[in-house]
Design a protein around this ligand. Structure first.
Ligand SMILES: [Zn+2]
Ligand SMILES: [Zn+2]
Length: 530
């Protein structure tokens, strides 16, 4: 091995060349000697590196006299070389207690050195303020710009294979796997995670083994999340990386992703950043790239859930009323139909929205993070896996294809117009002499129920039974069919769904109201005719 040891690389166990990960085989493969390195070996190898590194640092520490200051408010601890001036806490504004730094706890294993000077960082932040003149955040930052301070902030650098459990509401769980080629997770209790994410990415190619010489003229914030909290943060952050991919496959933003990060290699890291607390605004500038991130100063709230159903029950009947008026319908008929529709929609939408969001109370949204550019940490897409024929295979999942949706809609239409279709067939495929009257009762029931069924049962059907494709050993793309369920199980499913909807008191009430209204309309129309 001619090149120096890079702690962020994963090396081949047999020849020492950098190895890359094979997701399907779940091992590292060496492109140089073809050797295979297990998932566990790099974990042990990094443990060894960590011990040697800490021993080297303890040895060297005497050459670098360090001081420490701890905040009386937020507890943030900062370490800096002797002779550095330090005023109040940069993270909360309260006062600091100085003491000699005796810390024997571990120093970080790697770091990225500062590249952006304090003047440049200030200029970048002011440039952001110029571009966002209208925002209150820009005003607050200008007032406090002199308080911008540089810190090496504590992170955990993780790299390695990730396995995620992915599910959407009320549906089964799928597994996907990927390889994360290096991601930084912040390990500061006091700092806003989203803000720090906003100033990423950092360029991993300039990661260096940590050494005290980098601290000259700089301050280091000491990590203060314990092992358990750190692991939880890593899991959350990695899951967040994969959520967009999972959301695309599962066709919903409401996708649940839990990441298993147990096989990832982790290194303690410090990253260069400038940090500013300006009133209610928080700002950070990436000390390597100069990217600016600013956190919104006020909370925002989600619209209460009941606004949409009410708006829907007013707007849609109003449209119908307008349309009927336009075609010259009598005033009382327009009112009657619009009124009936409004009552029906109010019930249906209220129930639907209440089931979904009713219990949630007033929901605040995470504060927005404004950034000076859109660059973000790149993650290669994961692959979905399923056990097929006794082996884990990569699969492609398809839920709502146009053909499947069309089938669902045709099924719905078929149900609604069933009596007419049957009549048409029995009538020798002729419309001659058919009257719509006989089908009215059926339609009264089918028309309001069909959309409910389509939404609930149709959607469930689409999402519970996706089309699954995989590659055979010969490399052909093949549709996978799960073992066929018996007709009894299918029937039970259908009956369960019918039971829930037909026998729910709400649907019965709506049906009753609709029938009363329709009978009324018919009577009124007939009465008018006399
Ligand atoms: Zn090798
Ligand atoms: Zn503080």
């Amino acid at each position: 091995m001619s090149k120096p040891y890079e702690p962020i690389h994963i090396y081949c166990a047999s020849c020492g060349a950098p190895a890359s990960f094979d997701i399907a085989g779940q091992v590292y493969r060496c492109s140089y000697c073809g050797g295979v390195t297990g998932i566990q070996e790099p974990l042990q190898e990094k443990q060894g590196f960590r011990r040697a590194h800490q021993a080297r640092l303890q040895e060297k520490r005497r050459e670098y006299p360090l001081l420490s200051a701890q905040c009386t408010g937020c507890g943030a601890q900062v370490v800096f070389p002797e002779g550095e001036a330090l005023t109040g806490c940069a993270f909360c504004g309260r006062s600091l207690v100085r003491k000699e730094y005796l810390g024997v706890e571990s120093f970080p294993e790697v770091l990225i050195p500062f590249k952006v000077t304090e003047d440049q960082a200030r200029a970048n932040l002011l440039a952001w303020c110029d571009q966002n003149r209208g925002k209150g955040e820009a005003r607050e930052i200008r007032q406090h710009i002199d308080e911008l301070r540089g810190f090496y902030l504590p992170y955990e650098l993780v790299k390695g294979p990730v396995s995620c459990a992915v599910s959407r509401q009320e549906s089964k769980t799928y597994r996907c796997r990927g390889f994360c080629d290096g991601s930084f997770v912040n390990t500061s209790k006091q700092l806003d995670n989203l803000l720090l994410d906003g100033m990423e990415p950092y360029d991993l190619t300039s990661v260096k083994e940590f050494d005290f010489s980098y601290l000259a003229g700089q301050r280091v914030k000491i990590r203060d999340t314990d092992e358990k909290a750190t692991a939880a943060r890593v899991g959350k952050e990695i899951a967040a990386h994969y959520r967009p991919f999972a959301a695309k496959v599962m066709e919903t933003k409401g996708v649940e992703v839990t990441a298993d990060t147990g096989n990832m290699v982790a290194l303690g890291a410090v990253l260069p950043a400038y940090y500013l607390r300006a009133g209610n605004t928080l700002a950070a500038v990436n000390g390597q790239t100069g990217k600016v991130a600013v956190r919104e100063r006020k909370d925002r709230y989600l619209m209460p859930w009941w606004i949409k159903p009410i708006l829907g029950s007013i707007l849609f009947p109003a449209l119908v009323y307008g349309a009927m008026k336009l075609f010259g319908a009598a005033q009382e008929h327009c009112l009657l139909v619009a009124g009936a529709l409004a009552i029906f929609l109010l019930f249906v939408l209220f129930t639907a929205y209440h089931n979904e969001y009713g219990g949630l109370g007033r929901q605040s949204l995470p504060r927005r993070i404004f950034t000076s550019d859109d660059s973000r940490t790149m993650v290669s897409p994961p692959e979905f896996y399923m056990p097929i024929d006794g082996r884990e295979r990569a699969v492609a999942l398809k839920f709502t294809t146009p053909l499947r949706v069309l089938r669902m809609v045709l099924l719905g239409l078929g149900t609604v117009f069933l009596p007419l279709i049957l009549g048409f067939l029995f009538n020798g495929c002729s419309v001659h002499g058919l009257t719509i009257g006989g089908a009215a009762v059926w339609m009264c029931i089918a028309v309001p129920l069909a959309p409910v069924f389509l939404i609930k049962y149709g959607r469930l059907e689409l999402y519970e039974h996706p089309l699954i494709y995989y590659r055979t050993d010969e490399g052909r793309r093949k549709r996978y069919r799960a073992s066929k369920r018996s007709w009894k199980e299918e029937l039970k499913d259908v009956l369960d769904t019918v039971k829930v909807f037909v026998f729910s008191p709400l649907v019965l009430v709506i049906l009753f109201l609709l029938i009363v209204l329709i009978v009324n309309t018919v009577l009124v129309v007939h009465w008018d005719a006399f």
